[in-house]
Write a protein that binds this ligand. Structure first.
Ligand SMILES: NC(=O)c1ccc[n+]([C@@H]2O[C@H](COP(=O)([O-])OP(=O)(O)OC[C@H]3O[C@@H](n4cnc5c(N)ncnc54)[C@H](O)[C@@H]3O)[C@@H](O)[C@H]2O)c1
Length: 308
């Protein structure tokens, strides 16, 4: 089932965070197998973020080298901006540039919102959101100077659509979509493309959620093609690509056409009565920036002013 041109990373330098296991390990192996020099970052902690050791990252580096690839290990926590800056410097010292950043590191602290401690909320936001912010900030100037960059944010269906017990994780994961929306606009002039990946895979993070017979189908390798497309030279910009078990989808943040109701004392009642018209999805758009909402509102307001 192919004829398409191959995706090649020869001469490219990639950083993959949280690449000591799970999806990140597969991302790093695949990038290296297609020619990229890879910084394999991993704190090496437990699923809830406790503990740490560089040995998880080093094991993946050893695997890449054994297969003839180039890689270096890094044990920084993505939450530590100075350590992240040092990681980027490590890549620049070794290979002179950073072309690809895959923000993949993550932890879970699941609990219903009623039972969740704020400390567990903050920690999850810190690792997923600020971890990606730290790594992106540390490569941003470099990518702008190079006039080339590919950044992949790892979001989640839990952020896009919600999941019981994951208010902290979901909030952090959807925040990454918000980060991507603006960075993809700001980076475009220097060919920095920023996209999101929403994976489904059986890893230590999710293994207890999958029935045994599904574990093979949901192996992390099945997500990797989506990451490779988002990291490639021909990557799209501002796409939310979903992937799992060989199926690929896209998620969109849309804006309905809406209805102009004016600004009257009974507008709340009118809005309540016409809510289904306002939320009607026929004719909805995927705005290219936040100004689209205001533009739609101005257009509808002007049209009604003319009529009145
Ligand atoms: N597995 C899924 O179905 C699924 C679904 C949606 C999103 N995700 C996301 O995919 C990414 C990878 O998850 P996974 O399923 O492979 O889980 P995983 O637990 O196997 O991998 C996460 C890795 O991140 C590392 N890590 C954690 N905190 C870190 C920190 N502060 N600094 C550096 N490294 C750190 C861990 O040591 C671990 O190796 C995560 O961002 C996760 O939220 C996974």
């Amino acid at each position: 089932m192919s004829n398409s041109s191959s995706i090649d990373f020869k001469g490219r330098v990639a950083i993959v965070t949280g690449a000591g296991g799970g999806l990140g390990r597969q991302h790093a192996l695949a990038l290296a197998a297609r020619g990229a020099k890879v910084v394999v970052n991993d704190l090496g902690g437990a699923r809830d973020g406790s503990g740490g050791s560089v040995s998880a990252a080093q094991a993946v580096v050893d695997e890449i080298k054994a297969a003839g690839g180039e890689a270096i290990a890094n044990g920084a926590s993505v939450t530590d901006f100075e350590a992240v800056q040092a990681m980027v410097q490590q890549a620049v010292d070794a290979w002179g540039r950073v072309d690809i950043l895959v923000n993949n590191a993550g932890i879970l602290r699941d609990k219903s919102f009623a039972k969740m401690e704020l400390a567990d909320f903050k920690l999850v936001v810190d690792v997923h959101l600020m971890g990606a912010v730290n790594c992106t900030k540390a490569v941003w100037a470099l990518m702008n100077e190079q006039k080339y960059g590919r950044i992949v944010m790892t979001t989640s269906s839990s952020g896009l659509y919600g999941n019981f017990g994951q208010s902290n994780y979901g909030a952090a994961k959807l925040a990454l979509v918000g980060l991507m929306q603006t960075l993809s606009i700001e980076g475009a002039k220097n060919d920095i493309r920023v996209n999101c990946l929403a994976p489904t895979a059986a890893t230590r993070m999710t293994e207890d959620l999958f029935p045994k017979e599904m574990l093979e189908a949901f192996r992390p390798e099945a997500v990797v093609p989506a990451m490779l497309v988002l990291a490639a030279q021909d990557a799209p910009n501002r796409t939310i690509l979903c992937a799992g078990a060989g199926t690929f989808e896209a998620a969109h943040i849309t804006l309905t056409q809406g209805a102009w109701l004016g600004i009257d004392a009974d507008t709340p009642e009118q809005l309540a009565a016409r809510l289904s018209e306002v939320t009607e999805r026929e004719g909805e758009a995927v705005p290219q920036s936040g100004t689209a909402q205001g533009a739609n509102e101005v257009a509808k307001g002007m049209a009604n002013a003319k009529r009145g």
